[in-house]
Write a protein that binds this ligand. Structure first.
Ligand SMILES: Cc1ncc(COP(=O)(O)O)c(C=O)c1O
Length: 560
């Protein structure tokens, strides 16, 4: 392999020679061990698969150990620049040796690079330029989770065996759809949403919001179609045809502080971003104003979807509470509206331990089981790898009306009764979701829920909330910073996993996010609140250590 001109600044474990010294012997040793221990009945091909899987796992472990999360949450600027120069150039010329100056672009190489050179390039050049979001409990940007080790191990199996989870063929093809069914059933149980018979994995909450609006659109227009049983709804007639036949002149989406992905979803399903109407209160803009909603619902010739923000992205606050959801359900039934909940991260407040300090969060998330559909994210608080979203629907027949994949004999729908008896049947995922071919997203979720169970899941989520509250209380009591939003009256018991704040000094506030992130000891996101710059801390890692992490955050904030 090409190992000349090692980059001197790289630590030993990232030097190209490391691959030769460690990985190659490791691979042959694993190979020997497997030859020795794997039952011969597995057959040579199967053995090879397992070998590949183990090698992949070991390589992955080595790659992810190249960070020291205590030292850096984000890469050094020089590592980013180095990686960029190499990525832009190296991939175009396979004759280039590693290390030294980046080569000049020569176009796509005719002959590829040797396996270990490629891997070395990944370890030495790319890995140091990635952030340690999954490895550090002090990465507080956006809303992300980490990756729990058991989910990581399962995800490695997903990649190695690369199942295509689209058709339910449990007796002849793969058990993956059955695993998916059980992973989603366990998740429903964790969130106390057992009534949601329609369920599937998606790529993330954006996709789940698209599904929610697509189902809502189908249901509210179909409910106004005089001859629905004969004609079918939007899925058959299209949006324009169905609206005309139903006498619907407008479809509107009513929400309070909806996430930006809601506007994208509105565009994708053909309703349009402009139909999203915000009905919050001036002092608590995240709370849905039910009186205003009712006024909108009454409009003649207008069909409505209501989107509840269960976890607003800037504040973590909730759009409804138990009583409001009961009232909303009545309104939705009266006016033939659909209730979709965007609970990307907020829905997980329902899985917190039932203790006094979480009573307010319990109240805020009560009643969400009355919704028609719910979007959630696996790759956030659940701590499984990206791309993992969840869509739940209490009206599974609507999912089939929208997402069925008809007229493909080789993808014939096969549904079988689930043994658990909680659902009438297991559907082929391609008939109830956006995608046909799809990744085995269920396995990391299955592994995690199996491993942690209800109690330990609750404990993991509680640590996140406890850390967010420690930070919120520190900011509330600080001379330098101000806890936002003011409207909560700085009630720490309303804090879920997001802490929003600003510096009291406008000059510091202007550069606060930059200054915090420059320390590389924690990472935060910038946002705006009431037109001013603000900082968001979103806690989401399984690794949270309340005491240690709080100490680190306090020390960074005190140092600025
Ligand atoms: C409330 C809410 N909804 C939707 C999304 C979009 O989720 P994803 O990026 O997984 O598609 C997010 C992402 O942060 C969110 O916070």
């Amino acid at each position: 392999m090409a190992a000349a001109n090692n980059t001197p600044s790289l630590p030993d474990h990232m030097q190209p020679a490391y691959v030769d010294r460690i990985l190659k012997p490791l691979e042959s040793r694993i190979s020997e061990l497997l030859d020795e221990f794997c039952p011969s009945s597995q057959g040579a091909e199967r053995l090879n698969d397992i070998k590949k899987l183990v090698v992949n796992y070991v390589v992955l472990q080595i790659l992810t150990q190249t960070f020291d999360p205590n030292l850096c949450v984000t890469p050094r600027p020089k590592d980013l620049a180095h990686a960029e120069a190499w990525v832009e150039n190296y991939c175009h010329d396979s004759s280039i040796h590693l290390g030294g100056e980046p080569p000049q672009i020569t176009g796509l190489a005719g002959h590829g690079k040797e396996f270990y050179s490629t891997l070395t390039h990944i370890i030495a050049d790319i890995v140091p330029a990635l952030n340690s979001q999954a490895l550090s409990s002090r990465y507080y940007g956006f809303v992300t989770g980490g990756v729990h080790p058991v989910a990581q191990a399962a995800d490695n199996v997903v990649t190695a065996l690369d199942q295509n989870v689209q058709v339910h063929l449990p007796t002849t093809h793969s058990i993956s759809t059955v695993v998916e069914h059980h992973a989603l059933s366990m998740l429903r149980s964790l969130l106390a949403l057992d009534g949601f018979q329609g369920k599937t994995f998606t790529t993330g909450a954006t996709a789940s919001n698209i599904m929610g609006l697509a189902c809502g659109r189908e249901a509210v227009i179909s409910a106004r179609l005089p001859d629905y049983a004969k004609t079918g709804g939007v899925g058959e007639l299209g949006l324009v045809g169905a609206c005309m036949a139903a006498g619907v002149r407008e479809v509107q989406i009513l929400t309070s502080k909806g996430h930006s992905s809601l506007y994208k979803a509105a565009s994708v399903v053909g309703l349009g971003r402009a139909v999203v109407k915000i009905w919050g209160f001036p002092d608590t803009p995240w709370v849905l104003d039910l009186k205003a909603v009712e006024r909108e619902l009454k409009r003649e010739g207008v069909a409505s979807l209501i989107v509840v923000s269960a976890g607003e992205v800037n504040t973590g606050q909730f759009g409804t509470s138990g009583n409001a959801m009961k009232e909303l359900r009545k309104l939705a039934d009266r006016y033939k509206a659909w209730i979709h909940v965007d609970g990307a991260f907020g829905i997980f407040a329902r899985a917190l331990p039932k203790v006094d300090r979480f009573a307010k969060l319990r109240e805020r998330t009560a009643g969400l089981e009355l919704a028609d559909s719910i979007a959630a994210d696996g790759h956030k608080l659940l701590n499984v790898p990206y791309d993992n979203g969840i869509f739940l629907c209490s009206k599974p027949e609507v999912m089939s009306q929208v997402f069925q994949n008809p007229n493909a004999a080789y993808l014939a729908p096969v549904a079988s009764t689930s043994r658990s008896g909680t659902d009438t049947e297991i559907q082929s995922p391609l008939h109830v979701g956006l995608e046909n071919s799809r990744r085995f997203r269920a396995l990391p979720v299955y592994a995690l829920l199996l491993h942690l169970g209800r109690e330990n899941m609750g404990e993991m989520l509680a640590r996140m909330v406890d850390l967010a509250r420690e930070i919120a209380a520190f900011i509330r009591d600080s001379d330098k910073y101000e806890l936002l939003p003011d409207e909560t009256g700085a009630d720490i018991e309303c804090t879920h996993i997001i802490v929003l704040f600003k510096a009291k000094n406008p000059d510091l506030n202007e550069v606060l996010v930059e200054k915090i992130n420059e320390t590389r000891r924690m990472y935060v996101s910038a946002t705006k609140w009431n037109g001013e710059n603000a900082v968001r801390i979103a806690v989401g890692s399984w690794k949270v250590d309340v005491e240690e992490d709080f100490k680190a955050v306090k020390s960074v904030l005190n140092s600025l």
